[in-house]
Design a protein around this ligand. Sequence first.
Ligand SMILES: NC(=O)c1ccc[n+]([C@@H]2O[C@H](COP(=O)([O-])OP(=O)(O)OC[C@H]3O[C@@H](n4cnc5c(N)ncnc54)[C@H](O)[C@@H]3O)[C@@H](O)[C@H]2O)c1
Ligand SMILES: [Zn+2]
Length: 405
Amino acid sequence: MQRFTLPRDLYHGKGALEALKSLEGKRAIICVGGGSMKRFGFLDRAESYLKEAGMEVKIFEGIEPDPSVDTVMRGAAVMEEFQPDWIVAIGGGSPIDAAKAMWIKYEYPQSTFEDMCKVFGIPKLRQKAHFCAVSSTSGTATEVTAFSIITDYEKGIKYPIADFEITPDVAIVDPELAETMPKKLVAHTGMDALTHAVEAYVSTANCDYTDPLAIHAIEMIQKHLIKSYQEDMESRDAMHNAQCLAGMAFSNALLGIVHSMAHKTGAAFADYGAHIIHGAANAMYLPKVIAFNAKDPEAKKRYGVIVDYMGLGGANDDEKVAKLIEYVRGMNDELNIPHCIKNYGPDSYSTEQGFVPEEVFLERLPEIAKNAIADACTGSNPRQPSQEEMEKLLKCCYYDTEVDF
Ligand SMILES: NC(=O)c1ccc[n+]([C@@H]2O[C@H](COP(=O)([O-])OP(=O)(O)OC[C@H]3O[C@@H](n4cnc5c(N)ncnc54)[C@H](O)[C@@H]3O)[C@@H](O)[C@H]2O)c1
Ligand SMILES: [Zn+2]
């Protein structure tokens, strides 16, 4: 038996933020990031809609990108004091993910971060509060997913919390919020969305319910991501929907090792002054993983179907896989994303020698590979890599060398 879970309500289209007026409750806490939502007036609007709905409103601000366990615990303590019956998270993946984890801690004050990380091990939520997510970036789709990614900075590791319990009750997908994204964010989040759709389509947990969502998302991303990056606002709006469809697919079909590697490399070199931004990591690793997974006959066939839908040509599945790899690499070029960690600069742009020194990468490689294999996303990847294969794959992602194993 498989399960397919989505938020009960999804409001989409310009002005959908107003749906906050329809929430019923006494107290709502708004969880938000560093300032973009405030700067563009969305925070004020959200607050006034909730007040119009008759609720007392508290704002928890300043959730950082790639949120930490500390932030989660701080937010949960504020919730414990305020006792909200609605948690409204507004912003990119970071504040929404942090709010999901705070929600668990608020409902179960005894639970530790380790408890939260037990895959599909979250006890019943909604005893105290319901959850509404309003996304302002077009990538993570966390507004509809059963996932939250929290970083343990002591270990330098990103942990996925995964359980349908944390699938929001209400999702608001209002493209107006995405229109203010700077270009770099459009590029990174867009490639995150593409990776979600591709990984969901070839995942071992794919099914008839997730396939159409993944394929349609891929077609839309192909049509709109580059145009959105070039500031075409119709395409920007379309991307907001596309990423959400990809999220509906992967929340139920799960992901693969592009994400395992992105989670385990993202913060692994933070002591060298930067993160490898999630979407950029995915964009660099996706072509390598396609080559690796295509050794699995079923995955190869599925990549072939993707290529057919994208209309990229290719006389047989081998040619189609090559076309897909070439296409994704071309997208990275157009979006100003490097092809490998070696060339990944601290500002995410391509440079001769990036911020991760070769000797540091090689020294940390065995541990990163081990952690990537243990990541929650590895189980549904079509090919299970050994330690040796994962190390080789990560090396290809560092040097941009061909995957021939
Ligand atoms: N839960 C999931 O299913 C899932 C999936 C993929 C990634 N993630 C996680 O989500 C995080 C990344 O989220 P993200 O890519 O959405 O970015 P983010 O939330 O980290 O935001 C990045 C920056 O963009 C700014 N920003 C956000 N929206 C904006 C807007 N509309 N206009 C201008 N600036 C804006 C933020 O203030 C922030 O400085 C990572 O931690 C990643 O691991 C989660
Ligand atoms: Zn992702």
